[in-house]
Design a protein around this ligand. Structure first.
Ligand code: ARG
Length: 470
């Protein structure tokens, strides 16, 4: 709610009037950017120390600034900080509190700095943390998928295309498909991290600053891998936010596909799996219901995550250089997406181990619906028939069998031979296992290949764990 008295301007020299209370309410961002406090304080400490080293401000003032900022951090953490929404954002709140604490020396902190390079720095620090947490959570979900695949390494299911039963596959092979998607998400976030890991501080409002800064030392202290090369770009660039949102959108899309299969597979119609009671909810009216709400929400939140990407790209569209206040709209989509994706990754990783797989139902479905028809065509190809011709002949065979309500395994050798003289006794031995074994190519579902893929996936996780120093 607007403060009816209007607010004082922290840098009020230029203005004869207070701002209209509605303007204060409209432009303030404290409710959203307060969470940047630790990054803001960290960056300010590095800045103040560098200013002293470069003899731009007195050492004693820098010491007072650092001490004051540390006290402020403790106040915020203890919930004792007097947040004042009339001071617009977290940066001015902290600076104003610093003046309460250390007096005039506080006025030297903003030397050689603007809120434009300040906020860009804080946001990059916070995005780096967010990426690290998300990569950890992606890793954990990959582990959960791999555990599940290893636990069910011999379970057979129908693989689908067009959501029609297509060919038998191993459940482990299907689960490893998600492992691969998440591996790409992990790497995409890692690449986004590299471009986020650049220090804008030192760019000033837009043109650079007229002081002999040591930007490299600030980058080192704040653990940035590089400093920005162009001050105009540095204060107006939010590519790292857009990229983060895009990485998140793709990852959420993958999770929504996994979630959708959990929803489908736990229906009575599929009956492939059962979600544990701890991850299902009931209905307010239908006592028999057990609903997969977690998976449904994982699917649904994807919509909001997409919305944040498209919304923010639209904020950036056609903005003139350099900083514009529109850029303040970066934080809400960034933070919301981060929290939403992180929680979704957490809850999916918790839920997977609790899922009960109905092996028998999956196996029965794997053979029903003529899923071995491709194998019959391949059988003919091995006898010299061109694939297209074999496809035609087996198509007729399937039409014949389905017309009589029979499965392929229920046909007699005579019936086979009526469709092609090339079918011999051994065609009756064709079963799911033979079909799986035959797909013995790198990346295929042959049990031996999947066993190797499981081992290889384990090794990859172990390497990544080593790299992250966990
Ligand atoms: N709250 C602002 C933001 O998030 C901080 C920078 C304000 N800069 C300015 N020139 N008004 O973008």
């Amino acid at each position: 709610m607007p403060d009816p008295k209007g607010r004082g301007k922290p840098w009020s020299g230029r203005f004869a009037k207070k701002t209209n209370p509605l303007v204060d309410a409209y432009t303030g961002s404290l409710d959203i950017d307060a969470t940047l406090y630790s990054h803001d304080i960290r960056a300010s400490i590095a800045h103040a120390r560098m200013l002293a080293r470069q003899r731009i401000i007195p050492r004693a003032d820098a010491n007072a600034i650092v001490r004051g900022l540390r006290e402020i951090e403790r106040e915020i953490e203890r919930g004792e900080f007097p947040f004042d929404a009339s001071l617009e954002d977290i940066h001015t709140n902290i600076e104003s509190r610093l003046a309460d604490k250390i007096g005039d020396a506080a006025g030297r902190l903003h030397t050689a700095r603007s809120r434009n390079d300040q906020v860009a720095t804080d946001l990059r620090l916070s995005t780096k943390d967010a990426i690290e947490h998300l990569m950890g959570a992606i890793y954990d979900l990959q582990s959960a998928l791999l555990d599940m695949a290893e636990r069910h390494s011999s379970v057979v299911m129908p693989g689908y295309t067009h959501l029609q039963r297509a060919q038998p596959v191993l459940l482990a092979h299907h689960l490893l498909a998600y492992f691969e998607m998440l591996e790409r998400d992990f790497n995409r976030f890692a690449a986004c991290y590299v471009r986020t890991n650049v220090l804008p501080l030192g760019s000033g409002a837009l043109a650079g600053v007229p002081y002999p800064l040591d930007r490299a030392s600030v980058a080192k202290e704040l653990e940035f891998a590089a400093i920005s090369r162009n001050s105009i770009d540095a204060v107006s660039d939010r590519d790292f936010v857009a990229e983060f949102l895009a990485c998140a959108a793709i990852c959420a899309m993958h999770l929504s596909r996994l979630a959708e299969e959990i929803v489908l597979w736990s229906t009575a119609e599929f009956g492939f799996m059962e979600i544990d009671d701890a991850f299902a909810t009931g209905s307010s009216i239908m006592p028999q219901k057990k609903n997969p709400d977690v998976a449904e929400l994982a699917r649904g939140r994807t919509g909001r995550i997409y919305g944040n990407l498209v919304g923010f790209l639209t904020v950036l569209k056609a903005l003139p250089l350099s900083y514009n206040r529109d850029l303040q709209e970066d934080k809400a989509p960034l933070f919301e997406t981060y929290e939403s994706l992180l929680l979704t990754l957490f809850v999916m990783a918790e839920m997977l181990p609790s899922i009960r797989v109905n092996e028998e139902v999956m196996r029965a479905a794997a053979t029903a619906g003529y899923t071995l028809a491709t194998d019959l065509a391949d059988y003919q190809v091995r006898k010299g028939v061109p694939f297209r011709e074999a496809h035609q002949a087996v198509g007729k065979l399937v039409r014949y069998a389905s017309g009589r309500g029979k499965g392929l395994s229920e046909l007699t050798l005579k019936e086979y031979q009526r469709h092609s003289p090339l079918f011999e006794e051994d065609v009756l031995g064709l079963d799911v296992e033979a079909s799986l074994r035959a797909r013995d190519v790198p990346g295929g579902t042959a049990p031996q290949r999947v066993a190797e893929a499981l081992k290889e996936a384990r090794r990859r996780l172990a390497t990544e764990e080593g790299e992250n120093g966990e």
